[in-house]
Design a protein around this ligand. Structure first.
Ligand code: GDP
Length: 295
């Protein structure tokens, strides 16, 4: 599983604490120094690390914690709770429009996993008895339309495509098509580029203004750590994202993006992708992720 590096280090810090019958303030400070280093090495944003350590220290020292029966365990529990808070506290649900279809716009840089994730999300919704429509609005990457069509065929979800025409028109017509055919979710796979540029953002804004999506989800590659967080921040400033999807967590040994993206951008992580297969997408639960990270 992912985060081996971070989990291993935290476990060794905690096993020292856990073993102690008596924990002093110095023990806590020592443990937190090591936690801090582990988080920085995991590529967690340094401000996020600083605030996190301060919060844990405040709660762990000066209270009744150190006098408690199992002080080490209490400190570990505080770390767990603060880590959960950092990643959003509770699960943030996908929006559902009271006037279907619910429109979801998928954005992201090329290679982040946007097209694959669109297919996975359609699959997830289909399993919940919804009727999704996939929309091929990434008209620049030649293989993207075909890739989405193949995914659609695989899971038997319709794919709306008008070839390489205007993506704004494609998106608007797709929503109409969904209404006429009683499809309750529209998932729009928009164009990605290698870098964030004005042209890309303008196009995304035009699509957003045309279809007024209920969700604008940014797909980011967790393996890119703080780069993913920076990408999320830029997209959020331009588009006001409603959520983030972290992909490639199966290959992420560090965990920096997962831990800091919510704290830095304010956008909740709504889904996590952990593999290339069509079923490898899960709703993101901060408390489960914290437990996974702490091992
Ligand atoms: P796009 O350019 O953002 O649309 O990216 P694609 O959807 O084409 O994905 C790029 C590559 O990443 C493909 O080879 C996918 O199979 C792979 N990929 C996507 N999500 C995941 C994931 O969660 N785990 C792994 N290991 N690979 C993924």
């Amino acid at each position: 599983m992912a985060f081996e590096g971070l989990t291993g280090r935290l476990q060794s810090v905690f096993s020292k604490l856990r073993g102690k019958g008596k924990v002093t303030e110095e023990d806590v400070n020592e443990a937190l120094r090591e936690v801090r280093l582990a988080l920085l090495e995991a590529d967690v944003n340094f401000k996020v690390v600083r605030d996190f350590i301060n919060k844990v220290r405040e709660r762990a020292i000066g209270q009744e914690v150190l006098k408690s029966f199992t002080p080490g365990m209490v400190v570990i529990d505080i770390v767990n709770k603060e880590l959960t808070e950092l990643m959003g506290g509770t699960h943030s649900k996908l929006a559902r429009s009271t006037r279907p279809p619910t429109v979801i716009m998928m954005a992201g840089l090329q290679g982040a996993g946007k097209t694959t994730t669109s297919g996975k999300l359609a699959r997830l919704l289909q399993k919940q008895n919804h009727k999704p429509l996939l929309v091929a609005a990434d008209i620049y990457r030649p293989a993207a339309i075909k890739q989405l069509q193949i995914l659609g065929e695989q899971i038997k979800v319709p794919v709306f495509s008008l070839g390489e025409t205007n993506p704004v028109e494609i998106a608007a017509k797709a929503v109409e098509h969904a209404k006429e055919n009683h499809l309750d979710y529209v998932i729009i796979d928009t164009a990605g580029r290698l870098h964030i540029d004005e042209e890309l953002m303008d196009e995304l804004k035009q699509i957003r203004d045309a279809v007024k999506p209920d969700e604008i989800l940014l797909v980011v590659d967790a393996m890119t750590g703080q780069d993913a967080v920076n990408v999320a921040q830029s997209f959020n400033e331009q588009l006001e994202l409603t959520g983030v999807v972290l992909t490639k967590l199966d290959g992420d040994t560090r965990g920096g993006a997962a831990i800091s993206v919510k704290a830095v951008t304010g956008c909740p992580i709504k889904f996590a992708a952990m593999g290339e297969k069509i079923d490898a997408l899960e709703p993101f639960h901060p408390e489960r992720m914290a437990s996974r990270i702490l091992g």
